[in-house]
Design a protein around this ligand. Structure first.
Ligand code: GLU
Length: 318
């Protein structure tokens, strides 16, 4: 009798432990990655990053979400509504320090850096028939300046300002890259600002069927912008990036970075950073600029404190 009792007690214990283990195993932490519009570069690369998390890191799954991009993303991340975000390094700096467009908000102290990724070029695309050869020619024109909550829109304002122009001198439309391309096609806007890795799908599609030209930022203006805003760098958009683009175009660029919320555990961030750098081929497959990502350059242009989990990985491998 006593034996039976002991055995049944033991059995109950074993069952309880097993049920607990299954319960824990099934309970995966769900993480959210804020990206950008669906015709940008954040969206496919953020999607590839979310897949790496879901497939390669135990106990967690991740989803990529479409958003208005950088400015919206730092707000989402700082509030803890998402766990990771793709952000321009200039915008994350302004947000963390409560300057520029964030000067009336509390500094966003929950933002941490995971890695810088690839250059994002400020591309100014103009309709071929609109006679826009320089930024000055945007005066009086209807211009897509980026989605509400985008970093693009901040770049548009800064670049116009370098020419002494403001939104009072143009007709500004807050449009995503995809909307901007559609509006350029049907003539509703004459030009669009696009801050994104090249080639950007929205421009590639547009240039396939319509005549467009890229408006250059000459070196003297690029240098003036860099003096005022050190996260800009002078770059060229190589000839042939888009159909009928026969010449290199002078431009400025910032860096895309992966940011993470400070409160995410060091172990989870360590595992995810490791998985990211061990699976770079899937990012390169998602977009050409994914091929720029490397451990060697992951801290170049870093504008935030590094998350301790990511730092642990860098200490191991760098
Ligand atoms: N850098 C852009 C922005 O924050 C988004 C770029 C993209 O979607 O690839 O406005």
């Amino acid at each position: 009798m006593r034996k039976i009792k002991t055995i049944s007690l033991l059995l109950i214990c074993v069952l309880l432990v097993a049920a607990f283990a299954v319960g824990c195993g099934a309970k995966e932490e769900r993480l959210a990655v804020a990206t950008g519009g669906t015709s940008g570069v954040y969206y496919p690369l953020g999607g590839a990053f979310a897949n790496i998390i879901s497939e390669k890191v135990g106990g967690v799954t991740a989803n990529a979400e479409s958003t208005g991009a950088s400015v919206e993303n730092v707000n989402l991340l700082n509030k803890g509504d998402v766990d990771f975000a793709m952000v321009q390094n200039d915008i994350s700096y302004y947000a963390f320090n409560g300057v520029e467009m964030f000067d009336e908000q509390e500094p966003m102290k929950n933002l941490r850096g995971l890695a810088t990724l690839y250059p994002e070029t400020i591309q100014i695309v103009a309709a071929g028939n609109a006679n826009i050869a320089s930024v000055e020619d945007l005066r009086g024109k209807r211009v897509a300046v980026g989605a509400p909550g985008s970093g693009t829109e901040a770049n548009a304002r800064q670049i116009l300002a370098a020419y002494g122009l403001t939104y009072d001198d143009i007709q500004a439309d807050y449009l995503s890259f995809g909307e901007a391309a559609d509006n350029l096609k049907d003539g509703h806007v004459q030009a669009a600002f696009v801050t994104a890795g090249t080639p950007t799908a929205a421009i590639t599609d547009l240039a396939t069927t319509h005549n467009v030209n890229l408006v250059p930022i000459p070196s003297n203006i690029a240098q003036k912008l860099i003096a005022d805003y050190p996260y800009y760098a002078e770059v060229t958009i190589p000839a042939g990036t888009y159909r009928n683009q026969d010449e290199d175009i002078n431009a400025v660029a910032v860096m895309a970075m992966l940011t993470v919320r400070a409160g995410l555990s060091d172990d989870v961030v360590y595992n995810i950073t490791k998985a990211l750098f061990e699976n770079l081929d899937s990012l390169a497959a998602a977009h050409a600029r994914g091929g720029d990502i490397s451990i060697d350059t992951a801290l170049n242009g870093m504008s935030l404190e590094i998350h301790p989990g990511a730092q642990r990985y860098y200490n191991e491998v760098k």
